[in-house]
Design a protein around this ligand. Structure first.
Ligand code: NAP
Length: 335
């Protein structure tokens, strides 16, 4: 089998930025973009107002289309398929796809992003797609003149609640504390919106309905009392969990559940496997930080392949590669 230089798993800002850099370095990257989630979380976003270079804002899907176009322009190959198997122990990495095809490469960049977090209650999974949603831009349209709730107190919850007021007659925001985590600008926008009503200090203890959502059971987080609230839909926006299922037991993870990387680099616990974007980031999780992280991964990859070429097999130890972000941290740790 032809052994490529690099396979990039993931097609969000981290994956496509890594692909742009790797393609410009003539590394002919193969991007496995996913069959249904190609483009990542920005595909579920409306207007992106904080990506530098777009003062008028840009729609999330348009931004991702531009990133893909830029990667392909320099020679990246994009496959709309899902990785179902990953063998990364040896010096040649093997990636098996849902189609049954497999590809091999000297290195892998793992940029699978994160998935919406679930509340974890019975009614949530039973009524998912029947009034329970994780994507306002995908499903908001179905709730014209309906009463709905958004669960969460972060930027995602504010963004979804504000967006959903275009359709719904009323949007409750249910938050477990009496203070939001969201940025000031997003909070202010939601507070100013007449259709949004905040329910503070409340957790969703159950979601009610047989075939469709009819309401929720709210539990007061201060006094423990419960009450029912009639609703037609529930949008869950309580954060994201890194998508690491492919690398459990294969790559070291952190206590946050993200893939462990060495200092500020993208080097994982396995030589030749680099990770970038939300899958390594429990804190910032912005499109632009993910893009920067993809750049780091592509540059680390270039150094790795260069060292591999000079030394021949076997692959160099990660600590032996000089000049990489995190190298100072290694030195400090040794000292
Ligand atoms: P987040 O900032 O982690 O906020 C999650 C919210 O959900 C918090 O308010 C949290 O409550 C609540 N929560 C978490 N687990 C819960 C549970 N089991 N039950 C009930 N509530 C729960 O997540 P996010 O809003 O998705 O934002 C993630 C990142 O993306 C952030 O860095 C954010 O700035 C960024 N983002 C930016 C934009 C933008 O700039 N336009 C838009 C969306 C997201 P507590 O506050 O009590 O912890």
């Amino acid at each position: 089998m032809h052994v490529r230089q690099v396979i990039i798993i993931g097609s969000g800002p981290a994956g496509y930025t890594a692909a742009i850099y790797a393609a410009r370095a003539n590394l002919n990257p193969l991007v496995v973009a996913s069959s249904v989630e190609a483009g990542g979380e920005l595909m579920n976003t409306t207007e992106v107002e904080n990506f530098p270079g777009f003062p008028e804002g840009i729609m999330g899907p348009d931004l991702m289309a531009k990133m893909q176009e830029q990667a392909e322009k320099f020679g990246a190959e994009v496959l709309y398929d899902d990785v179902v198997g990953l063998e990364i122990d040896g010096s040649v990495k093997k990636v098996t796809l849902g189609s049954g095809a497999s590809h091999e490469a000297d290195a892998v960049i793992f940029a699978t992003g994160s998935a919406p977090r679930k509340i974890g209650i019975e009614g949530e999974s039973r009524l998912s797609g029947r009034g329970v949603s994780y994507c306002a831009t995908c499903d908001g349209f179905f709730f014209r003149e309906r009463v709905i709730a958004v669960v969460g107190g972060g930027d995602s919850a504010m963004e979804e609640a504000t967006f959903l007021t275009k359709f719904a007659s009323k949007v409750y925001v249910i938050h477990r504390r009496d203070e939001l985590r969201a940025s000031k600008i997003m909070q202010d926008r939601a507070f100013k919106n007449d259709k949004i009503e905040f329910i503070w200090n409340a957790e969703v203890a159950d979601i009610l309905g047989d075939d469709a959502v009819t309401g929720v059971v709210l539990k007061d987080t201060v006094d423990g009392s419960t009450r029912e609230l009639a609703l037609d839909g529930v949008f869950v926006a309580i954060g994201y969990d890194p998508r690491t299922h492919l690398v459990h037991q294969k790559l070291e993870l952190t206590s946050d559940g993200t893939v462990w990387v060495d200092g500020r680099s993208s080097r994982t616990s396995v030589p030749g496997v680099f990770a970038a974007g939300d899958v390594i980031d429990p804190t910032y999780r912005q499109a632009v930080t993910a893009a920067g992280s993809g750049t780091v991964a592509a540059l680390d990859l270039e150094h790795y392949l260069a060292a591999l070429g000079e030394a021949g097999a076997p692959a160099p130890d990660v600590a032996e590669i000089d000049g990489l972000p995190g190298a100072e941290a290694d030195a400090a740790a040794v000292a």
